[in-house]
Design a protein around this ligand. Structure first.
Ligand SMILES: NC(=O)c1ccc[n+]([C@@H]2O[C@H](COP(=O)([O-])OP(=O)(O)OC[C@H]3O[C@@H](n4cnc5c(N)ncnc54)[C@H](OP(=O)(O)O)[C@@H]3O)[C@@H](O)[C@H]2O)c1
Length: 332
C-alpha cells in the first residue's frame, strides 16, 4: 500500500513509499482510508520543527474510511462501517490533562496519509451521517482542539462576546462554528479580507484585520470587550488581548505560531480577574461529544479543497503559503 512518510532527508523531507498492508491485531480494525486532511502539525513536522520527530513514519492525524478487516475479539457488526478516527493515543485516566504517554497519530506512530491503517477499535467512531467522507476527514484534530478550547476551557455560552483570532486556521474555523452555533456573539480576526468576508457571510458579528496597527482598538470599539478569546498566534498580539477583555474574561490559547509574547500586562489581568488557559487537543470523551455536537447541529466544516492523495505535496505547499480557507483534504 502507498503511504507518505518523513524521510529524514532535509532536501526532500517527504516521500511516497510502498509498505506492506497492515494486519489488525486482536482488538484492532483495519481502516481503508477514503479521505485524510492536513494539519499545521504535519507542516511543522515536514519542516523539522516539531518535538520528537523521527524518519520513516507515515504522517497524518485526520482520517475517515471504511473498516475492511477485523482483528480477533472485534464485533463482526463493525465490518464495512464508515468511521472517523480519533487521533488521540493514551490520553490516560485524568480527563483534565493528558498522561505522559500521550501521543497523536501520525508521529511517532504511523498515521492517516496511507491507503490503510490498523487502529484499536476504540479509536473509531461512526462518521456523522450528514457529512461526506471528505468533510468528516476534516474534523478530528482541529475540531477536537476547538471543542476543548471553546467549551471546556473558555466555557463559552449563549450571549457571550467571543473573539476567534486568525479565523482562517484549521482549528479556528471550528472554534468559530462552535461558538456561533450556541448563540455567542462571535468576532474574528484574519490577515485576509477574503477570509473575513467568508465568515461575515456566515454570521460573524464583526471582523478586523490583525495586520492593521490598531486591530485591538478596532475590536474593542465594535465588540465592547470579550468574555472569551481563542487564540493560536501568540506573539506580540497576545499581549493586547488583556486590555480588550471583559472582567473575568478567559483567554484560551492552543498554539503560538507567532512565538512568545514579549510582554504581558499582568496588572490589568489580575485586577480584572482575567484567566489565561493553555489547551491541547482534548480527551476521548470530548472527542465523542465533539462528533455528537457536529451531528446534532448538522455542522459542516469549511473545506478549502479536495485533491487526490497523489497530489498531497501540493496541499503542503498551499499550507506553506497560508492561502487556504478551511481544511486541505486528500481523497484516496
Ligand atoms: N495544542 C494543540 O493541541 C494544537 C492543536 C492544533 C494546532 N495547534 C497549533 O495551533 C496553531 C494553529 O494550528 P492550525 O492547524 O489551526 O493552523 P493553520 O490552519 O495553519 O492556521 C494558522 C492561522 O493562524 C492565523 N494567524 C497567522 N498570523 C496571525 C496573527 N498575527 N494573529 C492572529 N492569527 C494569525 C492565520 O489566520 P488567517 O488565515 O485568518 O490570517 C492562519 O490561518 C499551530 O501553531 C499549531 O501547531 C495546537
Amino acid at each position: 500500500m502507498k503511504a507518505l512518510q518523513l524521510t529524514g532527508n532535509k532536501e526532500n523531507p517527504l516521500a511516497f513509499v510502498e509498505l506492506p498492508m497492515p494486519e489488525p491485531k486482536a482488538g484492532e480494525v483495519l481502516v481503508q482510508l477514503k479521505a485524510s486532511a492536513l494539519n499545521r502539525r504535519d507542516y511543522w513536522i515536514r519542516e523539522g520543527m516539531y518535538p520528537g520527530i523521527r524518519p520513516n513514519v507515515t504522517l497524518g492525524s485526520d482520517g475517515c474510511g471504511t473498516i475492511v478487516k477485523l482483528g480477533e475479539n472485534v464485533s463482526e457488526s463493525l465490518l464495512n462501517q464508515e468511521v472517523v478516527i480519533n487521533p488521540n493515543q493514551n490520553w490516560g485516566e485524568n480527563p483534565i490533562v493528558q498522561s505522559d504517554e500521550y501521543t497523536m497519530l501520525g508521529m511517532p506512530s504511523n498515521g492517516t496519509f496511507a491507503e490503510y491503517l490498523a487502529v484499536p477499535v476504540d479509536r473509531v467512531h461512526p462518521k456523522p451521517a450528514h457529512l461526506t467522507s471528505e468533510e468528516a476527514a476534516a474534523l478530528p484534530l482541529g475540531a477536537l482542539t476547538a471543542y476543548r478550547a471553546v467549551f471546556t476551557h473558555a466555557e463559552v455560552k449563549e450571549g457571550d462576546s467571543v473573539l476567534i483570532s486568525g479565523v482562517g486556521g484549521g482549528v479556528a474555523q471550528f472554534a468559530f462554528l462552535f461558538a456561533q452555533t450556541i448563540g455567542a456573539k462571535v468576532f474574528v480576526t484574519s490577515g485576509s479580507e477574503e477570509k473575513s468576508q467568508k465568515v461575515l457571510d456566515t454570521g460573524a458579528a464583526g471582523a478586523v484585520n490583525y495586520k492593521s496597527e490598531d486591530w485591538d482598538k478596532q475590536l474593542k470599539k465594535i465588540s465592547g470587550g470579550f468574555d472569551a478569546v481563542i487564540d493560536s498566534a501568540g506573539g506580540d498580539g497576545f499581549s493586547k488581548f488583556v486590555r480588550i477583555m471583559n472582567p473575568a474574561g478567559r483567554i484560551v490559547f492552543y498554539g503560538a505560531t507567532r512565538g512568545v509574547p514579549p510582554k504581558l500586562d499582568v496588572f490589568t489581568a489580575f485586577f480584572r480577574q482575567v484567566r489565561f488557559q493553555g489547551s491541547t487537543m482534548g480527551n476521548d470523551i470530548e472527542f465523542e461529544k465533539m462528533l455528537q455536537f457536529i451531528g446534532d447541529h448538522k455542522l459542516k466544516p469549511f473545506v478549502d479543497s479536495v485533491r487526490p492523495f497523489d497530489e498531497i505535496l501540493d496541499a503542503f505547499e498551499i499550507m506553506a503559503k497560508n492561502t487556504q480557507f478551511g481544511k486541505l483534504v486528500v481523497r484516496f
